[in-house]
Every structure is written in structure tokens, then in C-alpha cells.
Design a protein around this ligand. Structure first.
Ligand SMILES: Cc1cc2nc3c(=O)[nH]c(=O)nc-3n(C[C@H](O)[C@H](O)[C@H](O)COP(=O)(O)OP(=O)(O)OC[C@H]3O[C@@H](n4cnc5c(N)ncnc54)[C@H](O)[C@@H]3O)c2cc1C
Length: 381
């Protein structure tokens, strides 16, 4: 292992898609000494566990700042994917087939009707499909389906290829990616960050970006106070099937789960939403609930070989919104975390917003609801 450098212009804590997207955006803005510190391997946690859906419209019940942020980031993906391909030769498999949302009960149908109405009124692209029409589009769908919505702009990426592409892009840009290295403490003097203590020594820096997912709230600063983003891990389990032939072309949701066809032939099914601390098991109950919702979407899944399963921890802040931007109380500390169910979706815009905050000291005032200061400060020594 090389010597850890003793200084950095910006140090980023966490090497998931968020830390990697921020690092790349900083390097593209000309920051010379960008250091990313990851205690495990790049993408080892939530970013590898995800389903890769870029589906803000499918998941939204109303228009608000968070919804517009997610749509903006989704719409950045074609250029983001093209840039990564150009920079690294790696295709992140942005699939633009679109997303379907199915109703099986009267209550499901009422909810989908509401979603259809507000999104139509807001001028968003959305189609309502009869049971016959959606089964013509995807014959493997359960014949009990009542109606469906199609979100043509909601797409997906192969999130593990995204990690590989972002890592390669950072290496080519000269970002120092230090894996197997844990940050143990932030050094703060007179309300300003001056460095980070790591498992391989001290790094002096006046800018630190916290992108440590569910572990962000565990970072300490000696006896000094940090914002308390009150981020908790929320476990999500996933199953992976291997059909001989593709079962569906679209990402397909119901109110109880989703299935995601991958370009390499795998079919993912998810997920659970559990408070289980930092335990990453796949449980009998989790498998049961995912199978139940997947079989409701397509009974044909019953005969597919189940080839893999895993779980990951989503970072959820107390109000479920991301935690983005600079910390007002401690100069030089920035947060890029709390992305909960949408970290893959929000990676491009998070990279841009945080890089602009660090380099240009700019952050859009209409995004202040995501400020790390909204939770108040706590002494966490
Ligand atoms: C089952 C499941 C399905 C999901 N599906 C989707 C989806 O379809 N679409 C979507 O947009 N999002 C999805 N998500 C959410 C998404 O995965 C997360 O929001 C996103 O990956 C968060 O990225 P991150 O970089 O903040 O976190 P991570 O990928 O967890 O990266 C944080 C890194 O910080 C490191 N770290 C922590 N503490 C320290 C320390 N002290 N020192 C050094 N390193 C440290 C960790 O080792 C980790 O690698 C899903 C999540 C799960 C679990």
C-alpha cells in the first residue's frame, strides 16, 4: 500500500456512487488534489446493492422540491452516461425502455389514477394503459392486472457498472482513491475543519465532503459539535433470477415491489424496507415478501432459477430528504448523504451541486430545504 498523502485540497469520505460522483465533478472543475477515502472497496455498500432504477415519476405522489431535484438528475443521465463512456469506454447500460406501474386492487387503481391526474396536470409525460394494452406490451404480466401507468422517461442503469465507470473516470482525472482506509475523526479548530484522522494517518485539508451513507452520522469531531443529520440505515433485500429468455423489457412496479430486467439477462426483484441496524442479512421473511410481490407482477417468475440474493443499507435522514450542501457552523465541511432510496438517481446532480458549493461557494437558495443545518448541532465527541 502506498503512503497516504499528508495533504489534500478536498477530502471525500466514502467511495459509493455519491462520493465518486462528487470527486469526478470536483476534478472536472479543476481541483487538483482530490482525495477520496473508502474504508472497504469502492462501491462496497449501498451503491452495489441497488436496483439502479431512475424512476422519480413512478414513485412520486406530489410535486415538490425533492421531486424536481430527482427529475432534474434523471434528465442529466443521458449526458452523464455519454460522458462516462467517452472518458472511460465503459457503458453504464442506461436503458430507456421506460417504467410500468401496475394496479391489482381497487385501492391500487385509485392511487394510480391520482398519480395519473396530478402528473398530467403538471404536463409530465405519462400514459394510462388498460389491462389488455399493458399485457400486449409485456405478455408475462399477471392476467389479474387492472390497469397500468407507463412513465416513458423513467429509466434504469446498471449501478455496478456505474461504480466501475466512475472509479475509472476518477483515476484518469488524477483523483486519489484510497481504499481500505477508514476516517476516524474530523479535526476542527475555531469552527473550521483542518483535516481528517484516518486509519493510515492524518491528512491536512480545509475542505471535507461527508459521503459516508448510513455511517455519516457516526463520524465524530473530537469534542466539537457536528450537524446531526440523524441518518439511520434502512435495510433493503434483493433477489436475482436467471431466466433463459428475457421475461420483460420494462422495469415494472406494483405498490408492493418491483422487477428490473438487466441487459445481461438477469432479473432483479426487490425489495424490503426494514429497520435492522447495520445488519445486512437476507432473511426468510425478506425473501418471502419479495417473492410474493414479484409473483403478483408475473407468476412466470415461479419457475425461474433463483441465482443470487443480497441486502444493502439505504441512508435515511429523519425527514427522508437528502442532506446536501455546506455546514454553516463549521467552515469547510460539506454533506452529500441521506439519499435514501434515490442515491443512484441523484448521483449526477449531487456531484454538480457539491462541486459548485466547494469550488464556487454557490448553492441554489431554493434547495436550502436539503441543508445539513436543518437538524441543529450536536456534540458527538
Ligand atoms: C436494495 C436497495 C435498492 C435500491 N435501489 C435503488 C434504485 O433503484 N435507485 C436509486 O436511485 N437508489 C436505490 N437505492 C439507494 C441507493 O443505493 C443509495 O441511496 C446510494 O447507493 C447511496 O450512495 P452512497 O454513495 O451515499 O452510499 P454507499 O454506496 O453506501 O457508499 C458510502 C461508502 O462510505 C464508506 N464509509 C462509511 N464510513 C466510512 C468511514 N468512516 N471512512 C471511510 N469510508 C467510510 C462505506 O464503506 C461505503 O462504501 C437502493 C438501495 C438498496 C439497499
Amino acid at each position: 500500500m502506498n503512503q497516504l498523502s499528508k495533504t489534500a485540497d478536498v477530502a471525500i469520505i466514502g467511495g459509493g456512487v455519491i462520493g465518486l460522483a462528487v470527486a469526478r465533478a470536483l476534478a472536472l472543475r479543476g481541483v487538483r488534489e482530490v482525495l477520496l477515502i473508502e474504508r472497504d472497496s469502492l462501491g462496497a455498500e449501498s451503491s452495489s446493492a441497488a436496483a439502479g432504477m431512475l424512476a422519480p415519476q413512478a414513485e412520486a405522489n406530489r410535486a415538490h422540491e425533492f421531486f424536481y431535484l430527482t427529475c432534474k438528475s434523471r434528465d442529466m443521465y443521458p449526458a452523464f452516461a455519454a460522458a462516462l463512456l467517452e472518458e472511460t469506454g465503459i457503458d453504464i447500460e442506461l436503458d430507456t425502455t421506460g417504467t410500468l406501474y401496475l394496479a391489482f386492487t381497487e385501492h391500487d387503481a385509485e392511487e394510480l389514477q391520482k398519480r395519473y391526474e396530478w402528473q398530467t396536470e403538471a404536463g409530465l409525460p405519462i400514459d394510462k394503459l388498460s389491462a389488455t394494452a399493458v399485457r400486449q406490451l409485456e405478455p408475462a404480466i399477471n392476467e389479474d392486472v387492472r390497469l397500468a401507468l407507463k412513465f416513458p422517461l423513467d429509466t434504469q442503469v446498471e449501478n455496478r457498472r456505474l461504480i466501475t465507470a466512475l472509479s475509472a473516470a476518477n483515476e484518469l482525472l488524477g483523483v486519489r482513491l484510497e481504499t481500505g482506509t477508514a476516517v476516524t475523526r474530523l479535526e476542527i479548530q475555531r469552527n473550521r475543519v483542518t483535516g481528517i484522522e484516518t486509519s493510515r494517518g492524518f491528512v491536512a485539508t480545509d475542505s471535507v465532503v461527508i459521503a459516508a451513507c448510513a455511517w455519516s452520522a457516526l463520524l465524530v469531531a473530537g469534542d466539537k459539535a457536528l450537524p446531526d443529520p440523524r441518518i439511520k440505515p434502512v435495510r433493503g433485500q434483493m433477489l436475482c433470477f436467471q431466466p433463459n429468455l428475457p421475461l420483460t423489457r420494462h422495469v415494472i412496479y406494483s405498490p408492493r415491489g418491483y422487477i428490473v430486467p438487466r441487459r445481461d439477462g438477469r432479473l432483479l426483484a426487490g425489495s424490503t424496507t426494514e429497520s435492522a441496524g447495520f445488519e445486512k442479512q437476507v432473511t426468510a421473511q425478506g425473501v418471502h415478501s419479495i417473492l410474493t410481490s414479484a409473483l403478483e407482477i408475473s407468476p412466470r417468475i415461479a419457475s425461474l432459477p433463483l441465482t443470487d440474493s443480497w441486502s444493502g443499507l439505504r441512508p435515511r435522514a429523519a425527514d427522508t430528504l437528502p442532506v446536501l450542501g455546506r455546514c454553516a457552523e463549521i467552515a469547510g465541511v460539506y454533506y452529500a448523504t441521506g439519499h435514501y432510496r434515490n442515491g443512484i438517481l441523484l448521483a449526477p446532480i449531487t456531484g454538480e451541486l457539491i462541486a459548485a458549493a466547494v469550488v464556487d461557494k454557490e448553492f441554489p437558495s431554493d434547495l436550502s430545504i436539503f441543508s445539513p443545518d436543518r437538524f441543529g448541532m450536536v456534540a458527538v465527541g
